[in-house]
Design a protein. Structure first.
Length: 589
RNA sequence: CGGGGCGUAGCUCAGGUUGGUAGAGCGCUCGGUUUGGGACCGAGAGGUCGCAGGUUCAAAUCCUGUCGCCCCGACCA
């Protein structure tokens, strides 16, 4: 197959589009692969669609190899199934909702667990029908608060989503492993680095969940890993609690004056100045910071919760969101404080000489959770619940207790991994895939049961497996580009080879046509820049911008039987006799 | 939700303070010259200046409101 550039529906831009920041977005627009239609919504032009189709092909092949069958569900779905699982509420503003002419509620699906589950329920009712894995490549819709970076976080995006159905836990493990293996092969074929990290399994159901992260500084996820092989999204990281200490010889709590200490820093400075320790200076890690959070439930209910964390650590809002999901986490507002006059802003602590201040059984009744590091016997400097007063030697387990653990403080480089494999390092990554053992949550909510070997009804156990197709495309573009344009790997390039007729000499054009035919005969998909009145410089520039990895320049030397074989990836241009071109092209990596 | 920036031709942007027939470069069309790194000459097409209201003889420009877009932040008590 060959395509003439003069006929291709594309217009390259000489200048960067003003609204694009990241390289993939900027270059995909400039090279005429995609065009923005709305925030986070893009139209696909022939070049972009070709790359997308090639990525999809690789996914289809690996899904088939993993025994998954392709189906296709609509994006437009009724409310009811999502109502049954609670996700109509849970998603909040995160989904596009619409009404039909009768006023019935619909949504544009953000994922399809519900309708896949219902379809299997409709059609199957025996263990003999299982296991089953079905998948689709389909557009998903999420009303992101802030779409950004072009294709990297869109409101419409293409996703391969697969769902497995088993009637035993062992079956689920096998189905999960098959998808996980397929993902590894897919990313390897696409030439994308990836790290498989433990992921947050969510507040509801789900036993095992892993993300495929592509390490990159522009990634939106932070993950930790150790040399010992541990890897986890920070949202799924579990802090190792220290051993409890004896409370017998802990000194009694001592209240002290602490004016002008709005921050932990100023508090530590004051403590060192007025009440120095004998063994070492006070540090932020000696203080207990009581962070007031507001949890907003999907139904709109608002609850305050206070989390005590060591003062040298901030609360990681993403970890908090994961921990309190499905509730949204917000900072407490002035209005929240006004409704809770028992909280002395800036001097909040769990204790007062009169008794406990925080906790469900205290007089404020506000739920109080503690960082895992705050184990029994540890002593803290914290607020005394009076203006300009803090307290020393407040001892956990003796002077205050909590309603539970909240492991939501930031994770730091050097923290110990929970599996004992050593200190962690932090890195940024882009989530390209997610495999997830859902367990029986959806099957239970929607009544998907089958008869087992004994004639007994059993609830089906499920897995869901997603890969962001358009995000992968952006990730590849992000990885392969330079100041002149895109550079595609051969596995997904829109064309296999780009032939440039770098002249207006008619006989040379004839040679170029022959070369196109010759390359086509090898099975290559050829892009032929046949534009007659366009100068060579423009053609070279466009070739570099479009990013087809192999370029053949047919120019002056053509009359003598020589063309240039140009590797866009290395920049190397090799003069090649036309007779040897096909072979030389085949030899390229 | 908060902060900042921006809405003028397909793209990138001037013009606005000082109101007076809407501009440039690139791209596009036609004619001619040119042809291995984004050529040149000439002639053209193309814009409700985001939207609404107001002031004015007159508004892209001043005023009010509104909508949209981009970026950053979302907490450290």
């Amino acid at each position: 197959m060959s395509t003439r550039l003069s006929q291709l529906f594309v217009r390259t831009l000489r200048e960067d589009p003003v609204d694009a920041e990241v390289a993939s977005h900027r270059l995909l627009v400039r090279a005429g692969y995609i065009r923005r239609q709305a925030p986070g919504v893009f139209a696909w032009l022939p070049l972009g669609l070709r790359v997308r189709r090639r990525i999809e092909r690789i996914i289809h092949e690996e899904m088939a190899a993993a025994g998954a069958q392709e189906v296709l569900f609509p994006a437009l779905l009724p409310r009811e199934p999502y109502e049954a699982t609670g996700r109509w509420e849970e998603y909040g503003d995160g989904i596009f909702r619409l009404k039909d002419r009768k006023g019935a509620d619909y949504l544009l699906a953000p994922t399809h667990e519900e309708v896949f589950t219902l379809m299997v329920k409709d059609l199957y009712s025996s263990y003999k029908d299982l296991p089953l894995t079905i998948y689709q490549i389909q557009d998903k819709y999420r009303d992101e608060a802030r779409p950004r970076a072009g294709l990297l976080r869109g409101r419409e995006f293409s996703m391969k989503d697969a769902y497995s159905f088993d009637y035993t836990d062992e079956g689920l493990d096998a189905s999960y492993q098959a998808q996980r293996d397929a993902y590894e092969r897919i990313f390897q074929r696409l030439g994308l680095d990836y790290v498989i990290v433990k992921a947050d399994a969510g507040a509801m159901g789900g036993s095992r969940s892993e993300e495929f992260l592509h390490p990159t500084p522009i990634g939106e996820d932070t993950f930790v890993r150790t040399d010992g092989g541990y890897a986890a999204n920070v949202e799924a990281f579990h802090t190792v609690p220290p051993a409890a200490l004896s409370i017998d010889d802990a000194p009694e709590p001592t209240v002290f004056e602490s004016p002008d200490t709005p921050t932990i820093e100023t508090l530590v400075a004051l403590a060192n100045e007025r009440h120095p320790r004998e063994d070492r200076p006070w540090t932020a890690a000696d203080t207990l910071k009581n962070v007031v959070l507001a949890l907003v439930a999907p139904d709109g209910g608002r609850e305050l919760v206070i989390v005590g964390v060591p003062g040298d650590r901030d609360v990681d809002m993403k970890r908090a969101e994961a921990a309190f999901s499905p509730a949204e986490v917000e900072a407490a507002t002035e209005a929240d404080f006004a409704r809770n006059p028992g909280l002395v802003k800036g001097y909040i602590g769990p204790w007062s000489p009169e008794g406990p201040v925080l906790g469900e059984t205290s007089f404020t009744g506000i739920r109080y959770l503690l960082d895992p590091r705050v184990v029994e016997g540890t002593q803290w400097v914290t607020g005394a619940n009076e203006p300009e007063r803090h307290v020393f030697s407040l001892t956990a387990g003796r002077d205050f207790i909590s309603d539970g653990i909240a492991d939501i403080a930031e994770v730091r480089e050097g923290d110990e991994a929970p599996d004992g494999s050593g200190p962690v390092e932090l890195a940024r990554g882009m989530e390209l895939g997610h495999v997830f053992q859902l367990g029986r949550k959806y099957a239970e909510a929607l009544g998907l049961k089958v008869l087992d070997e004994n004639g007994k009804l059993v609830t089906v156990t499920m897995g869901s497996y997603g890969i962001g197709v358009t995000r992968i495309l952006a990730a590849i573009a992000e990885l392969g580009n330079d100041e002149r344009g895109l550079i595609w790997p051969r596995s997904v390039a829109p064309f296999d080879v780009h032939v440039i007729a770098a002249t207006k000499d008619e006989t040379v054009y004839g040679v170029a046509e022959d070369i196109v035919a010759q390359l086509e005969a090898t099975g290559a998909d050829v892009l032929f820049d046949d534009r007659l009145k366009v100068s060579p410089g423009v053609k070279f520039g466009d070739a570099e911008l479009l990013g087809v990895p192999i370029i053949v320049v047919v120019g002056k030397g053509a009359a003598d039987g020589t063309v240039e074989l140009w590797d866009r990836r290395t920049g190397v241009k090799t003069p090649t006799p036309i007779a040897e071109l096909t072979e030389a092209y085949r030899q390229l990596p």
